[in-house]
Design a protein around this ligand. Structure first.
Ligand SMILES: [Zn+2]
Length: 466
């Protein structure tokens, strides 16, 4: 069932018109030269790799040409000679507002960490949440991420910040339980209010290419069975998905078995959650039975290896999930448990971690990890026109410098992207035909103001909370 289209807010209209202006202001609608990695291949491959390629789009930001260069770069074109061109990366799991907590609690397990984080978060103001979001957007877009799934405090003003910046988001307003106020300092409502607000926002942004909503029940150890069953019914009625943490730690699984007699994944299945599209964060401790449930139900999984390693949560059964056909994507989780939002770290870590565990060098390929970070993420988030460079898809394009020491020699651009590239190598970023990053500098976000605001607000909050 589709959400009936409703009139957007004035805020949203303004944001959309700004995006449109941004698109028409760009004189160039072509990226010419360089190695173009299309990621358009089925079966998890990197698609076609063009040695001297070209990507072009029309006035509304739809790709009109992907192929060999049709001549040298002209005035107004982006010259990608010496670069690798690829689709925008998709960060399939993060909590943007938590960028304010980067480095705040580094060396403890999830449950202890959650306590530290909650102490900080309850005092965060609405301005703090917005500052954390802007910082996350700045870090993501300048490191090549163009779309992301985000579970945190969300309202129309925060969503307008994303639309103005030009990225794409699936926002899942976090729910802990009906009477829990997740973000009191930011005037966040209780869980009942968040569920109602999620429905309102989903209607307001229905059909929007940049902002989509999902329900965001936090986890089975914070949300009651009644709430999960309620979310499943609401999501089915509204035609939107659900994003939730499942089986992140051994402790979570043990507690769930004690309380409910089953694993977290079996628990929410029993509650009817998988009747609607579900995007799962983690699944680190998924059992073979859990993997079968996820595969049978078509639930996607965001694998977040750096966060899992940093919190000592364990190693996800990625190979079993992949082999069962579970749709996979990669996420950073928050900057508080990572501590960066540079998706290139996940692209490299995911295969290396599995290779180490399996003592096998080809159990997960670099090209697979790159596919999870592009096509896989786009599929998991429901952004069907993102994730690949193909005519008819959105012009979400990243240009990565490939002329430095770590890219030389460049036998294989896919190898470079998977194992040697860093977010700091990203030179240009285009989303929907609008240039968001040029020569490494964000055009739609004020870097100096964002860094200054977060540094000052973060310092104040850290000292108030201690
Ligand atoms: Zn998370």
């Amino acid at each position: 069932m589709d959400v009936s289209a409703t009139e957007g807010s004035e805020r949203r209209t303004q944001a959309s018109s700004r995006a449109a202006v941004g698109a028409t202001e760009d004189s160039g609608r072509r990226i010419v030269g360089g190695h173009v990695v299309t990621m358009d291949g089925a079966g998890g491959g990197a698609g076609t790799v063009l040695a001297d390629g070209e990507v072009a789009w029309d006035a509304v930001g739809t790709l009109t040409y992907v192929g060999p260069a049709r001549g040298p770069a002209g005035a107004g074109d982006v010259d990608a000679t010496g670069c690798v061109v690829l689709p925008g990366l998709v960060n399939a799991h993060t909590h943007s507002g938590m960028s304010m907590l980067r480095g705040y609690s580094d060396d403890c397990d999830l449950q202890t960490w959650l306590g530290h984080v909650r102490d900080f978060e309850v005092g965060m103001s609405a301005r703090d949440v917005a500052s954390g979001l802007r910082l996350a957007l700045l870090e993501m877009v300048t490191t090549g991420t163009t779309a992301f799934a985000d579970m945190y405090h969300w309202d129309a003003d925060l969503l307008a910040i994303v639309a103005d910046a030009g990225l794409r988001v699936v926002a899942a307003p976090a729910v802990f339980d009906y009477d829990d106020v997740g973000y009191p300092g930011a005037a966040g409502p209780d869980g009942t209010g968040v569920l109602a607000a999620t429905e309102d926002l989903a209607r307001e942004f229905a059909g929007d290419d940049h902002v989509r909503l999902a329900f965001g029940p936090h986890a089975p150890y914070t949300c009651s069975p009644e709430l999960y069953a309620d979310v499943a019914r609401r999501a089915a009625r509204l035609g939107i998905g659900v994003h939730t943490h499942l089986s992140e730690t051994r402790h979570e699984v043990d507690v769930c078995r004690e309380r409910f007699g089953v694993t977290p994944i079996a628990h929410v299945e029993r509650l009817g959650l998988f009747e609607v599209p579900v995007h799962v964060a983690h699944a680190v401790h998924a059992t073979p039975e859990d993997v079968a449930i996820l595969a049978a139900r078509g639930a996607s999984v965001s694998h977040n290896p750096v966060s899992n390693l940093k919190l000592g949560a364990g190693v996800a059964p990625l190979v079993a999930l992949r082999d069962a056909g579970v749709p996979l994507a990669l996420g950073t989780d928050s900057a508080a448990s990572n501590n960066t939002l540079d998706l290139f770290e996940e692209i490299k870590t995911a295969p290396l971690l599995q290779r180490g565990v399996a003592a096998s060098p080809d159990v997960v390929l670099g090209s697979e990890a790159l596919a999870w970070a592009t096509t896989g993420g786009a599929r998991a988030l429901g952004f069907d026109r993102a994730g690949a460079l193909e005519v008819g898809k959105w012009a979400d394009v990243v240009v990565v410098r490939a002329d430095g020491p770590a890219a030389t020699p460049l036998y294989d651009p896919v190898s470079f992207l998977a194992f040697a590239a860093r977010g700091s190598d990203v030179r240009d970023v285009v989303v929907g035909g609008r240039t968001l990053v040029r020569d490494g500098r964000a055009l739609t976000l004020d870097e100096d103001a964002i860094l200054d605001a977060v540094a000052r607000a973060g310092y104040r909050r850290a000292h108030d909370a201690s």
